[in-house]
Design a protein around this ligand. Sequence first.
Ligand code: GAR
Length: 215
Amino acid sequence: MRVAVLISSRGSNMQALVRACEAEGFPAEIVTVLSNNPDAGGLEFAASHNIPTKVINHRDYENREDFDAAISEYLTEQRVDLICLAGFMRLLTAEFVNKWRDRIVNIHPSLLPAFKGLHVHERAIESGARFTGCTVHYVRPEMDDGPIIAQAAVPILQDDTPDDLAARILVQEHRIYPLALKLIAERRVKVHGSVAKIIDASEPDTSLINPSEDN
Ligand code: GAR
């Protein structure tokens, strides 16, 4: 499976995906890392792992439609099968998302459908919830919406700052994103309406709730 990873800055999730794909026998290959931000730190990492990088700067386009069309054209040229959004902080048009329907996934640092949008960690702490987490999901036109592929729950501790919580969640993001990619590449994820089901999951171990590494 030919994968493109889209980033906007640090790209630590992209790094986790790259490392996973480098393992022998992993069923996906990252064929490009694309950023809307020429200064994204993750671009250097990708280049150092011999992955072609591309910058398509949203500031060079008059509107979202033109920007998204440029991305789509590039990804089509690269014969990309799956797009992984990994901290890609631009909203995509419905036209783009529909064109790549069920071929575009995202990671979000909350247990969706709770805490969609921005300032997620602050809002989770302020809510008084005891748990939050992270979610890998198929992308739909509505923000942070779409069938859930994998989630991990993370406790919110009494004295957590948003940065503490973000760091604890990030550890889990780096586990579940490669796992979700593997399942997709193995064609084991089937979307039924708003729900994604995993084929041959031996529940409860592989129920993809705080999944173990050996799924
Ligand atoms: C990650 O925590 C990711 O879940 C979040 O941005 C961070 C990117 O970090 N994404 C979103 O909030 C998308 N709504 P990274 O660049 O180190 O992967």
